[in-house]
Write a protein that binds this ligand. Structure first.
Ligand code: ADP
Ligand code: ASP
Ligand code: MG
Length: 585
């Protein structure tokens, strides 16, 4: 007998007949002899309707009351779902978050799960009932109702699957699996048979709305086997699993985050404490910052650019302006009309030319790239908002993602074994706490920087195409936000390829009236774990000890599972020591 958690999204329970059809899926599992826990979202657009109602009454409704309000959506749908199961002649019990025992912190509207008690659910399952759990909600230690953030029912489902040690977590939705990009944006998108936790984490947090990113954090940490499939068609769906079980592709998918904003702290004193002051102030307000780029300082001054979701722009601007004054920076600029396009693939690390191909595709469409950051498994570019969809199309085509590359189509829930929980899970106090696994030092790379590049479409393409053609494996790439029509691009290569890289870079720079600077040996420090970007303030926890020790950062890159910084080679060992201490590893 297996234990299966099934989750039905809003569209899948939008009306009475859809609820009855979804209930049949749960009943079928139950008839097959499995224990079934069902997690249900609010019906259709009910959550949006409730948000809209509150906004009609107040511009700034309190977060506590919003949670009280929004949690009602799921309370309605679980009751109806249980009624549907019972009407078909089976036992069912619906439970709210508090009745299940989902304890969260008190961050209303984006609470994190601390613990889930399983007693009640297990007892009910043992009586032969199908348990219907309200998604997206919990209670804090004072008994207040909390919600997990929009789309959070996925997280309820995977977290329940984790604590119940379920054999499978099925996410039923209005698409038949995870696609190479949003199939509603690009009809050429192709369904993937499987995808790794890390890739799904990146795609979800970089804009692929199909899964709540935090649900994949749970899946990875606790080794939950997840399958995403259609509520309406009988199709195998997409398995989300550990990297060693998934197909390794250079690029698995493209994500678009269309509501991004860019802020630049201009002319900040180029000294260790600048980044720390800025990012600690932002972290205090819980703003998750992405694409952090600092250009190489000139005359003791540097620009620090970063992106935030557009909804956080006003608050982030206010805080950045405050920091600018405090540290004596030249000023603050911003652009609220940006979009972030990212390609994600666990195999890109080992393949040269991936970045070049992406940038060329954008250049061919005359799309200007404002900023670039990369991590081991993703490349993100910032473009004007209007260019977002065209950029996705161009990049998707460039990697021929519409074509199946002879991959086996997975059979969902098939014979693949479950993964085991990560070791780090044992050290966590709250289930959703930041999980830092390790701190690493890599001293094998050289750093090259183009300075004063003209800010025209195609610069990055020319650079990285040629470098890719020469067979050089580029690790980190960072392009700063252009100022006065000039941009800066930094990248790292293995120190052994340095001569070759300087030769190519020198030629490209000369043809464009740009300069090249190089550091023969740098130290790359990486913090690895789960939840690194979704927990605000991780970057700052890394900046602070280094700033306190007077160590300057040359490059930074963030992802969900890794935070990398480049420092001067001579600071490598000391930085590693400081970071190990700061993160307790
Ligand atoms: P639910 O209400 O079931 O939780 P969501 O609307 O949250 O459903 O998620 C499903 C939607 O996610 C799809 O309708 C699709 O438009 C969108 N989506 C975005 N990126 C992807 C992707 N890479 N693969 C599949 N769907 C995607
Ligand atoms: N009903 C909530 C929302 O619309 C949670 C969910 O559907 O996942 O955001
Ligand atoms: Mg959803």
């Amino acid at each position: 007998m297996a234990l299966v958690v099934q989750k039905f999204g809003g569209t899948s329970v939008a009306d009475a007949s859809k609820i009855k059809a979804a209930a049949q899926k749960a009943i079928m599992r139950h008839q097959a002899g499995d224990q079934v826990v069902v997690v249900v979202s609010a019906m259709g657009h009910q959550t949006d309707i409730l948000v809209d109602l509150a906004k009609q009454i107040s511009d700034r409704p309190s977060a506590r009351e919003m949670d009280m309000l929004l949690s009602t959506g799921e309370q309605v749908s679980v009751a109806l779902f249980a009624i549907a199961v019972q009407a078909a002649g089976y036992k069912a019990v619906s439970l709210t978050g508090s009745q299940i025992g989902i304890r969260t912190d008190s961050t209303h509207t984006k609470a994190r799960i601390r613990s889930i008690s399983t007693d009640n659910v297990k007892q009910l399952l043992d009586t032969g009932a199908i348990v219907i759990a309200a998604g997206f909600q919990g209670i804090d230690q004072n008994g207040n109702i909390t919600t997990l953030g929009r789309g959070g029912s996925d997280t309820t489902a995977v977290a329940l699957a984790a604590v119940l040690n379920a054999d499978l977590c099925e996410i039923y939705t209005d698409v038949d699996g995870i696609y190479t990009t949003d199939p509603r944006v690009l009809s050429d998108a192709r369904r993937l048979g499987s995808i790794s936790y890390d890739e799904m984490l990146e795609l979800a947090s970089l804009g692929a709305g199909v899964m709540h990113p935090r649900s994949i954090e749970f899946a990875k940490k606790f080794g939950v086997k997840v399958v995403v499939r259609s509520s309406f068609k009988d199709m195998p769906g997409t398995l989300i699993l550990a990297a060693d079980q998934a197909v390794r592709r250079p690029v698995s998918g493209v994500a678009l985050a269309k509501d991004e904003a860019r802020i630049t702290l201009e002319g900040a004193p180029d000294q260790p404490g600048s980044s720390h002051s800025l990012f600690s102030t932002l972290a205090d307000s819980g703003i998750a910052v992405d694409m952090i780029v600092q250009n190489v300082g000139q005359a003791g001054r540097a620009d620090i650019s970063f992106t935030v979701p557009e909804e956080d722009l006003a608050e982030a601007l206010e805080r950045t302006t405050r920091v600018a004054k405090a540290i004596g920076a030249a000023g603050v600029s911003h652009d609220g009309e940006m979009a972030k396009v990212s390609v994600v693939g666990v195999g890109m690390e080992a393949e040269e030319g991936v970045a070049g191909r992406m940038f060329s595709a954008l250049s061919a469409e005359k799309i200007n790239v404002h900023m670039i950051t990369t991590s081991e498994i993703k490349i993100s570019v910032l473009v004007g908002r209007a260019d977002g969809p065209a950029a996705v199309r161009a990049v998707h085509r460039a990697f021929a993602l519409e074509a199946a590359h002879g991959e086996p189509a997975s059979s969902a829930g098939g014979p693949l074994p479950k993964s085991s929980p990560l070791d780090v899970v044992r050290r966590l106090e709250g289930m959703e706490d930041l999980a830092i696994e390790d701190c690493l030092l890599d001293s094998s790379q050289a750093l090259l920087t183009f300075t004063d590049l003209p800010d025209t479409p195609g610069v990055a393409a020319d650079v990285f195409e040629e470098i890719g053609r020469a067979g050089l494996l580029v690790d980190m790439i960072v392009q700063s936000n252009p100022r006065d029509g000039r941009a800066e691009i930094s990248f790292t290569v293995p120190a052994a390829s340095r001569e070759k890289a300087i030769d190519i870079a020198g030629r490209i720079a000369a043809a464009r009236g740009a300069g090249v600077a190089d550091v023969p040996h740098v130290a790359k420090l990486s913090i690895t774990g789960v939840g690194i970007r979704s927990h605000a303030g991780v970057a700052d926890r890394l900046f602070k000890p280094l700033a306190d020790a007077g160590i300057n950062l040359d490059l930074v890159s963030t992802s969900e599972v890794r935070l990398n910084v480049i420092v001067a080679a001579e600071h490598g060992a000391r930085s590693l020591e400081l970071l190990r201490k700061a993160f307790g590893v």
